[in-house]
Design a protein around this ligand. Structure first.
Ligand SMILES: [Zn+2]
Length: 319
């Protein structure tokens, strides 16, 4: 851990809470026989690659971020140079963020299934068109991965329902899960979920209580009757970014181990998000972190690693 400072987050973003009171308390996790640890894996697909940003100013912002992450609080000039080199390569067609296939194949080889949230609308740094994402979505679905919506329309329920419809048209079947881009959860989002007959959302994240020794690991609650809100606990960018906890690779692995131990003790699940574009040579410590976390989780016989739909099935309402 970073010395001298507790792992609380100095962020411009406030802690994300519920937009209205949940209609249930925290639900109890029903662990299958022999299972002590349950982990839900998810991926927010913000980028298909660097290529879709060649025409906008995102690469400039990414170059600035490469410097901010590696020169200053952490001094890693070679990493900064390599990241700038990677951005330059994108201009010539070699795309280090073209990682979806590699991540899919790694998870297939590891024997885990995760939930992938794809955006159907551009905005706030997302630039890919849904048509461009469709082949990857279908490949993942064919391999048994759950596909959810990475929602954009936080203030327009009809528009959010339209996003669900567009993803359903690509998949050829209903879409049950949602995570909002930038974690923008509002009452309008709940309206849109109801209109789209979605089952669960996984957008709430407590960004104030991140210490793995005391993390509350909040459990899902019901919203508006049957909607399920599944809180997110571990966000890759929060662990690694210098505007987040700014952890090194070993400390980030240790962070997840400690949270996993706490999840066993509290009989709660652990919900993790990895942005697929970080499973990349651009950010090798994040890619290695995720591989190491999966290695440990899948080597334990008492651990169930599942997608979020699978996780949702393990909760029952309090009696
Ligand atoms: Zn996002």
């Amino acid at each position: 851990m970073n010395a001298g400072r507790g792992p609380t987050l100095r962020s411009r973003r406030p802690g994300r809470g519920y937009p209205e009171p949940p209609t249930s308390g925290e639900l109890a996790l029903e662990r299958p026989a022999g299972v002590r640890l349950v982990v839900g894996l998810s991926h927010d697909v913000d980028h298909l690659g660097l290529r879709e940003h060649v025409v906008d100013r995102f690469l400039l912002a990414a170059a600035f971020n490469a410097l901010r992450q590696n020169v200053g609080r952490r001094f890693r000039p070679l990493r900064a140079v390599d990241q700038l080199w990677g951005l330059g390569l994108a201009l010539f067609g070699h795309d280090r963020w073209d990682t979806i296939d590699a991540l899919r194949e790694h998870e297939l080889a590891t024997g885990v299934r995760s939930t992938w949230f794809f955006a159907m609308r551009p905005g706030l740094g997302i630039r890919y068109a849904r048509e461009a994402a469709a082949p990857a979505i279908r490949r993942l679905a064919d391999d048994g991965f759950e596909i959810g919506l990475h929602g954009q329309s936080h203030d327009d329920a009809a528009e959010l329902a339209g996003e669900f419809r567009d993803l359903r048209d690509i998949l050829g079947r209903p879409v049950h899960g949602l995570r909002m881009h930038y974690l923008r959860l509002t009452r309008g989002v709940l309206d849109g979920m109801q209109a789209a007959q979605a089952h669960y959302d996984s957008t709430v994240m407590d960004r104030e209580h991140l210490d793995p020794a005391t993390h509350p690991l909040p459990a899902p609650r019901r919203m508006r009757g049957r909607l399920l809100e599944i809180p997110l606990h571990v966000m890759d960018s929060t662990l690694f970014s210098v505007t987040g906890l700014g952890l090194a690779e070993d400390d980030a692995v240790d962070y997840v181990h400690r949270l996993a131990q706490r999840a066993v003790e509290l009989e709660r699940a652990l919900v993790i998000n990895l942005h697929p574009n970080y499973f990349s040579r651009q950010t090798p410590e994040i890619a290695r972190w995720y591989r190491r976390v999966l290695d440990v989780l899948t080597s334990r016989s008492d651990t169930l690693v599942t997608d979020l739909a699978g996780l949702a099935r393990l909760y029952c309402d309090p009696r």
